[in-house]
Design a protein around this ligand. Sequence first.
Ligand code: FES
Length: 144
Amino acid sequence: MKRYVVCQTHELPPGTRRIVDIDGRSIGVFNVDGEYYALRNTCPHQGAALCTGSLLGEVRSPCPGEYRYDGSRKLLQCPWHGWEFDLTTGQSWFDPARTRVRPYDVTVESGRSIAAGREGVVPGPYVAETLPVTVDDDYIVVTP
Ligand code: FES
């Protein structure tokens, strides 16, 4: 399975997002309070750039005149017509049985593990001189 390095963690601080192109697909990567999420940047309604929309919590009303805001729910609102999708699963909340956006796995990995993760590569007969390299920061990696 291919993995794609997006950036270093300090380049995507909490409350920010970055839209990247991975294999011809536009994907939005979000940092929400230190948790990372990635969604396809295409709304299933009419194709808007979904990941440019607003991040919202959930508002519930147990009875008329009473409203409760739940900021723990993470909903992404499409900028064109306001459809909302769960940031963690891509699930829509107006038609959850049929409409969703593809979510992607996001991990934080050390530069050392990324450099070491070359599975399936067979060593050749020649060896060049190597020099020590240190990696200080972690990288954000998307696995489509
Ligand atoms: S294009 Fe996203 S809600 Fe219409």
